[in-house]
Ligand binder design. Structure first.
Ligand code: FPP
Length: 236
């Protein structure tokens, strides 16, 4: 494809699914799948920003993922600390601002500390934004936004007639443009509570590849597919 003709999403979402199956099919423990997924992300993210996509949101851990076996949850939390402290330097050097979406509750303090440090360290980044959804659920985001808006009304800082789409968006976890394209790897065809408000008009892509194998080549196929979509936003 000629580079000049490529249409890129402004905001890309990735549901990084299939780590567990990737490991099981190789007769490895599930944690090895998460480790391989993290390694893949380390190279995929710089590739995506270099390509010219400014906003990326990734689903690292859903609120419901806390129901998993404690050992797996503990492994993932330790993996997150390592990633946040050490593995994101290529995109940090590029000037990507890193933010988080999700609830504070149940996140152990070491993870929270690493998250806060990463946000502070990168807050002036101008190259793009990486929004990491951790202990995240789209329905909870809407609940939390509603509580914030209700507080404003109760404190007479906002009247009911002033509750607009813009006001709602101002009170979501992060102020980001709408999602244009959401990729969910592993062949599962569900949205699983991922940024349901922001994805209202997003295109979806469900490749069969497990996330650890979703490399640059696979990503190019996803972009090729995006270019075949005709986005109408409810019009004709
Ligand atoms: C879903 O696969 C994946 C997760 C719950 C964890 C995703 C985390 C990473 C890829 C590590 C990188 C993270 C950050 C924050 C940079 P699954 O375990 O549900 O796979 P399965 O459906 O095959 O069991």
């Amino acid at each position: 494809m000629n580079n000049k003709e490529i249409n890129l999403p402004n905001h890309l979402g990735i549901i990084m699914d299939g780590n567990g199956r990737w490991a099981t099919e190789r007769e490895k423990p599930r944690w090895e799948g998460h480790k391989a997924g993290a390694k893949n992300l380390e190279t995929l993210l710089p590739y995506i920003y270099n390509k010219g996509i400014p906003y990326v949101s990734i689903y690292a851990f859903s609120t419901e993922n806390f129901k998993r076996d404690k050992k797996e949850v503990d492994y993932l939390m330790d993996l997150f600390i390592t990633i946040f402290n050490k593995k994101l330097s290529p995109i940090k050097k590029m000037g990507v601002k890193i933010v988080f979406s999700g609830r504070r509750e149940n996140i152990k303090s070491e993870v929270w500390k690493a998250m806060k440090e990463l946000e502070e360290e990168t807050h002036q980044g101008k190259k793009g934004v990486l929004n990491i959804c951790l202990n995240y659920g789209g329905q909870y985001e809407i609940v939390d936004m509603t509580k914030k808006v209700a507080e404003l009304v109760l404190n007479n800082q906002l009247s009911v007639s002033e509750i607009t789409k813009e006001k709602i968006e101002e009170n979501l976890y992060q102020q980001l443009p709408p999602l244009d394209y959401v990729i969910r790897t592993s062949g599962e065809k569900r949205t699983s509570n991922f940024m349901i408000y922001q994805a209202a008009y997003a295109e979806y892509y469900f490749p069969n590849t497990y996330f650890p194998d979703f490399d640059e080549k696979e990503f190019e196929c996803a972009i090729e597919e995006y270019n075949k979509r005709k986005r109408r936003f409810g019009g004709n």
